[in-house]
Write a protein that binds this ligand. Sequence first.
Ligand code: HEM
Ligand SMILES: *[C@@H]1O[C@H](CO)[C@@H](O)[C@H](O)[C@H]1NC(C)=O
Ligand SMILES: *[C@@H]1O[C@H](CO)[C@@H](O)[C@H](O)[C@H]1NC(C)=O
Length: 337
Amino acid sequence: MMRSTAAAALVAVVLAVAVAAEASELKVGYYDKSCRGVENVVKWHVIKAIKADRKVGAALVRLIFHDCFVRGCDASVLLDGPDSEKTAPINIGLAAFELLDEIKEAVEDRCPGVVSCSDILIYAARDAASAMSNGHVYFDAPAGRLDGMVSRAADAQADLPDSTFTIEQLIENFKRKNFTIEEMVILSGAHAIGGGHCSSFRARLTAPQEQILPAYRGLLAGKCGAGPDPIVVNNIRDEDPKAIAASVPSFLPKVRKIEFLDNSYYHNNLARIVTFNSDWQLLTEKEARGHVHEYADNGTLWDEDFSDSLLKLSKLPLPKGSKGEIRKKCRYVNHHY
Ligand code: HEM
Ligand SMILES: *[C@@H]1O[C@H](CO)[C@@H](O)[C@H](O)[C@H]1NC(C)=O
Ligand SMILES: *[C@@H]1O[C@H](CO)[C@@H](O)[C@H](O)[C@H]1NC(C)=O
């Protein structure tokens, strides 16, 4: 009895020791033996949450980007703390943290200490993209990531693109993570869902009409006048029909598919009906603009290419030489206890 307790304690200590992150190779079905069914557990919680409120689906799709672009996909964006990534101004509006806590708890009940928060985040974002697109966006997510030990607001500010960026700054920002202009255009299509604070597009309210359709500018200005910094939906389609009819009647959808992840962003963009300066900037460079047309013309192509680009995003590694662990709780590194 004593003996097995001691052995168990020793195992626990060994497991708790952070290992060099490079040791792990990502694999599809990584948890098939160690935590059978974990992907179904994640999916069940994600679907349930999206059924209750589609906003959480958009939040998860944004989280994969904001996690993976900063120190790789290591769930550093989930860590709480005074100057952690989630406190960075660039991370305004990030959400779905409670849902991820709930999923992690369910997964820990099933197989304690086995599944990383980073893998849970990737599975959840993948399932969200899938649910929000009725299954049109989908990929097999490889797993085996370790959770990072470091989360700094300054890293988020340095690595994530700002909505005020010019096309040159956007291209440079994605290139630093080995993403092409085409992939940047593909990933920006995520702005078909969710919303943004008015402070994230304030300058658009006075931008010239080459940059934003005046009727849409008027709609945004009206919404933004309603409070100190309200959230406005990214996609005109998701506005209430009266507001669309009053400002841009040609964008009244024939079939109401609210908060749906599809290629509608590219149609909006070509009509200059997008919220962020960074969205509009895609029209100012030849190659990027060509891809905006390409994805406006072919929604199936976008579904496929967006799936591929999310998969590529999900493989961004931790910085060389950094340590990783399987966190007990996604908000804290283990030595916190
Ligand atoms: C190209 C550079 C990008 C810039 C400058 C940018 C900027 C922004 C900004 C400013 C917001 C609103 C935040 C707020 O005010 O609350 C936002 C929302 C969002 N972004 Fe991006 N973004 C970019 C790329 C991406 C990518 C690559 C993805 C995912 C693949 C993504 C997914 C989203 C989603 C889903 C939302 C809505 C979130 C919600 O409603 O909770 N964005 N983005
Ligand atoms: C981008 O690719 C280069 C060359 O293959 C590699 O050394 C670098 O680590 C990659 N950067 C990222 C962020 O993956
Ligand atoms: C759209 O893209 C899909 C997927 O790549 C392709 O099979 C199809 O032929 C394309 N459709 C058109 C009209 O080009």
